[in-house]
Design a protein around this ligand. Structure first.
Ligand SMILES: Cc1ncc(COP(=O)(O)O)c(C=O)c1O
Length: 397
């Protein structure tokens, strides 16, 4: 068996906690009923489902009936964008426009592209050099035809945390729905649908030490959303199919644990984030991607190493037991530079040199010191081989 890696890719996914696995195991082997069954096993499963729904709802200031469990944040984003857009157009044929930012996760961007094929028009909003969407630009993009805007809460690549209260306010003034993808921010940042005026929110479990393959969508009561898949009556018909009770039980347990030490976890991760960021930026020919300080997700570091490929650094680090990423896991298979880095104005070369390091509450200083040592050595050796000097690239900064 391979030795345990120094895992610094917690925005891709996280370790499932033993408590979470235990809660899931119980629903797999003991309380395994179908939540729709009328007998006692079914009722037990139903109770778990509804307890989880109440907890997730409470945790974001929502009502239980406003939470719909899904198979992922991807699915939640699809239901929110496609379901709300189709329904709005059914009600009023003039409504055919939606707004997303250029730095959304592919599960929003590609859903927007699919809606374009159905005849909807989409505005892709630009962001500033740190990845922020301006509420003023959002306000200006809204027309009489606009149905909704979807702006990611904490960015998966560069950690930018948007002012979703100001953005939702801009939408509400013009009677446009506001959706946010909070997969990277849930339990790491303040998220409250009432205080922040949110109409729809997507969440998932596997970024918070819960299982993969389970998510949730908050839909404010009364918002019309069309079904996009068809089957039984589960989840208010919006997500038909037998509920994934083990996944949902794990999601509940993970959220409960994550929120228990919310302040402490954030503080600890921020401290470690800033510690490694400072050390890495002291290496010559480096650039921080995304903002500094409180407006950056507490677990995110994204740095471009000029003159070399992030891909090459990642592979060399993997060989010495360190797991990092070069972009979002979903797009890191492709050789295209990250759309998020291009949107904040990075050149192709700068984007190709980027490395994303994402920590968790279990990350230690010792692990970061080890990673730092290996990164320094890797960068030095790759730069020796590189045809492009980082000094010439620094001119592009
Ligand atoms: C911001 C964001 N949205 C959505 C997703 C997709 O989540 P899931 O894997 O649950 O479909 C991810 C995962 O990478 C993400 O980072």
């Amino acid at each position: 068996m391979r030795e345990k890696a120094v895992y610094l890719d917690n925005s891709a996914t996280t370790m499932v906690l033993p408590e979470v696995a235990a809660a899931m195991g119980k629903t797999l082997t003991q309380e395994y009923g179908n939540a729709s069954s009328m007998h006692s096993s079914g009722r037990d499963a139903f109770d778990i489902l509804e307890q989880a729904r109440k907890f997730i709802a409470d945790s974001i200031g929502a009502l239980p009936e406003e939470i719909y469990f899904t198979g992922s944040a991807t699915e939640a984003n699809n239901i929110a964008l496609i379901g709300a857009s189709r329904r709005a157009r059914e009600i009023n044929h003039d409504k055919n426009h939606i707004i997303v930012s250029k730095i959304e996760h592919p599960s929003v961007l590609n859903t927007a592209k699919a809606l374009e094929k159905e005849g909807f028009s989409v505005t892709y909003l630009s962001v500033d050099k740190d990845g922020f969407v301006s509420p003023e630009a959002l306000r200006k993009a809204i027309t009489k035809k606009t149905i909704l805007a979807s702006i990611i809460h904490a960015n998966h690549e560069i950690g930018t945390i948007q002012d979703i209260k100001a953005l939702s306010q801009a939408c509400r003034e013009k009677k446009v729905l506001f959706h946010t993808d909070a997969a990277q921010s849930y339990t790491k940042n303040f998220l409250n649908v009432k205080a922040q005026g949110l109409d729809m929110v997507s969440l998932n479990a596997h970024k918070i030490h819960g299982p993969k393959g389970v998510g949730a969508l908050y839909i404010r009561r009364g918002i019309p959303v069309a079904q996009i898949t068809f089957g039984g009556p589960q989840e208010g018909k919006l997500r038909p199919g037998t509920e994934n009770i083990p996944g949902i039980a794990g999601f509940y347990e993970a959220a409960e644990i994550a929120l228990r030490d919310y302040d402490k976890n954030r503080k600890q991760m921020r401290k470690l984030r800033d510690y490694l960021t400072g050390k890495l930026l002291a290496i010559k020919g480096t650039l921080l991607n995304g903002p500094r300080g409180e407006k950056r997700n507490c677990n995110n570091i994204n740095i471009s190493f000029l003159g070399i490929e992030g891909e090459a650094i990642m592979m060399r680090l993997d060989a010495v037991g360190i797991n990092v990423s070069t972009g979002s896991a979903c797009s890191s298979q492709s050789l295209e530079p990250s759309h998020v880095l291009l949107a904040i104005g990075r050149s192709h070369g700068q984007a190709h040199g980027s490395l994303r390091i994402t920590i968790s509450k279990f990350t230690t200083k010792k692990e970061l010191d080890y990673a730092y040592k290996k990164i320094v050595a890797t960068v030095k050796s790759l730069r020796k081989l590189s045809q492009i000097s980082y000094q010439s690239m620094e001119m592009e900064k």
